[in-house]
Ligand binder design. Structure first.
Ligand code: FAD
Ligand code: ZN
Length: 226
């Protein structure tokens, strides 16, 4: 109760399975007394491209553009574009970040990757010697909640789905100091029966009921590659 949650949501269609998972999370967490903010990236027409438009005012070095350096400098002088400042404010205030998306090519959709690229700026999310356990977004939790096209059985044959979480959970969240909760994976909703789909949605509600009692995973290579 009283916790702040930011859900970063990447699906075009509210009637989709992802849309239903989002709706459940908003309803359940609100019911618990959490304050929930949603960044509905497609609805916002969120810009995924990392360009010089992200810097307001003069560039630090206008001779040769370096996105990382320019956004870092712009962050320090309060010169990031308005959309980035707004997202950073939501992140700053949140106790928990939930990412809700369909798996695209073993990864997050480009619009969500663009959110990561543009919002988690140096100086805001991490700094030179402030990364991983020393990252700047400490005391926050994250949870990757996603759907797949492939079945659980196929993923078990091809390889552990945890491999593909390494760049997302460890490379991004852990790097920024954010703790990681167990991912929530709904396998192949398109190929499931209506009954099975309802079960998956109920399981998400159930998980959210005890979410705040969960311990973060040990986000080290062993969790992913053991
Ligand atoms: P939907 O099609 O929206 O939902 C499935 C069904 O659930 C629909 O019939 C919907 O009506 C129904 N539904 C919605 N709400 C409810 C409700 N409340 N109760 C009951 N039923 C409901 N998959 C992989 O596994 N690996 C990949 O690498 C991969 N790469 C992809 C790359 C691209 C570019 C694309 C487009 C897809 C890729 N996929 C991949 C597949 C993708 O992950 C799945 O299509 C997606 O996860 C399905 O989720 P959805 O929300 O879009 O499903
Ligand atoms: Zn890690």
């Amino acid at each position: 109760p009283g916790k702040k949650v930011l859900i970063v949501y990447a699906h075009q269609e509210p009637k989709s399975f992802n849309g239903s998972l989002l709706k459940i999370a908003v309803e359940e967490l609100t019911k618990q007394g959490c304050s929930v903010t949603v960044s509905d990236l497609y609805a916002m027409q969120f810009e995924p491209r990392a360009t010089r438009n992200d810097i307001v005012g003069p560039l630090h070095n206008s001779e040769a553009f370096n996105y990382g350096v320019e956004t870092w400098e712009a962050y320090k002088r309060g010169g990031l574009s308005k959309d980035l400042v707004e997202e950073q404010k939501k992140v700053q205030e949140a106790d928990l970040l939930i990412f809700q998306f369909p798996l695209f090519w073993f990864n997050m959709p480009a619009i969500l990757k663009g959110w990561m690229d543009r919002v988690l700026v140096q100086g805001f999310a991490y700094d030179l010697s402030k990364a991983y356990d020393g990252g700047l977004l400490q005391d926050k939790l994250s949870l990757f909640s996603f759907t797949t096209g492939g079945s659980k059985e196929k993923y078990a044959i091809r390889g552990d789905i945890r491999y593909l979480l390494w760049p997302m959970q460890h490379g991004i969240m852990h790097f920024c100091g954010v703790k990681v909760l167990e991912p929530h994976i709904c396998y192949a909703p398109e190929h499931a029966s209506e009954e099975k789909r309802k079960e998956m949605l109920t399981a998400w509600t159930q998980r959210l009921k005890t979410l705040w009692k969960e311990e973060p995973i040990d986000c080290s290579p062993e969790w992913y590659f053991k």
